[in-house]
Write a protein that binds this ligand. Structure first.
Ligand code: SIN
Ligand code: FE
Length: 307
């Protein structure tokens, strides 16, 4: 079965017929990548000149924008360039919000925007610790900003001006990944949870869901044997295209490429049409107990981390 679900949408208001929208939603929640080959995010000539890794703080993987505060981080360059970068990220945020609202109208009430990012650093050859190495297959999970079961939905657009595709790999379905790694992960004690919060390692208490997801993320990336032996599919995501994916569910790796925009959204698992496909449901079924902190405020902090 093909991991990509191509959908013919060529504008950011995402006008598609009802039947196609249903198919897109089914594919998305079942761990496919909704691929929009004709959906280009157009940059002005001025904005194209911002596509330089020299404008990204060398300590970071990308420039990010927090739509709630309106602040960017990781951007270098002149004041004018910083304003242009912020405007670009803000516009991408607005476009992706319009896209998700019209492609998946049932999500509308449940969407919380996370950060927006511009990734101009070539992935191939980028050095990093194994935990930050996105060229290894992984599912997304944030160490400092627990999601307490919320989904991580991401929109990407390849804005490479030199015709270069972004190369991704995908691995096994989430349930297979979970079966492989969950049995070896010890649970988290209440003491550990309190200490992580007390020492501000996490912004809010880490739920068991976050504990298991982060461990799966780290253990997938750490195991060279797993990375080498698991069956992978290689995808070429061309310039002038966009794609939408639940990165907490789809095992993915970014192998090479330069210049993408990305927007993260958080969604309650109760907003899903197929709740049995969520990582939360899969893990709770395997462990036979609840993994989230009940009655917790559901607006997550915006992850600054770059997993
Ligand atoms: C990732 O989410 O692991 C990286 C995706 C990308 O930058 O293409
Ligand atoms: Fe990732």
């Amino acid at each position: 079965m093909d991991i990509l679900k191509p959908i013919a949408v060529d504008n950011w208001h995402g006008e598609i017929n009802n039947e196609t929208a249903q198919e897109a939603l089914h594919a998305l929640e079942h761990g496919k990548i909704v691929f929009l080959p004709q959906l280009n995010f157009t940059l002005s000539a001025d904005e194209n000149s911002l596509l330089s890794p020299a404008l990204t703080d060398p300590k970071r993987k990308n420039i990010s924008f927090n739509p709630r505060s309106g602040k960017t981080s990781g951007a270098l360059g002149s004041i004018l360039q910083q304003v242009q970068l912020k405007n670009l990220l803000h516009r991408y945020h607005q476009h992706t919000l319009a896209l998700i609202n019209s492609l998946f109208p049932s999500y509308q009430k449940h969407l919380t925007a996370g950060r927006t990012s511009l990734r101009t650093v070539e992935i191939a050859g980028r050095s990093s610790s194994y935990k930050k190495d996105d060229s290894r297959l992984h599912v997304d999970s944030f160490a400092a900003t627990p999601v307490n079961g919320l989904r991580i939905l991401r929109v990407f657009s390849n804005v490479n001006p030199h015709g270069v595709a972004r190369i991704w790999q995908t691995g096994e379905p989430f349930s297979t990944v979970a079966k492989r790694f969950l049995p070896e992960i010890p649970s988290m004690s209440a003491v550990e949870q309190r200490l992580l919060h007390l020492f501000k390692i996490t912004k809010t208490p880490r739920s068991l869901y976050d504990h298991f997801m982060l461990n799966i993320h780290n253990r997938m990336k750490k195991s060279i044997a797993y990375q080498q032996s698991v069956i992978k599919t290689t995808l070429s995501l061309p310039p002038k295209s966009s794609w939408i994916v639940y990165t907490d569910q789809v095992s993915h790796a970014a192998i090479s490429g330069q210049h993408v925009l990305e927007q993260t959204f958080y969604l309650s698992p109760t907003a899903m049409h197929y709740p049995e496909t969520t990582p939360l449901f899969v893990l709770e079924e395997m462990l036979k107990h609840s993994l989230i902190i009940k009655n917790k405020e559901m607006t997550p902090s915006i992850a600054e981390e770059e997993y």
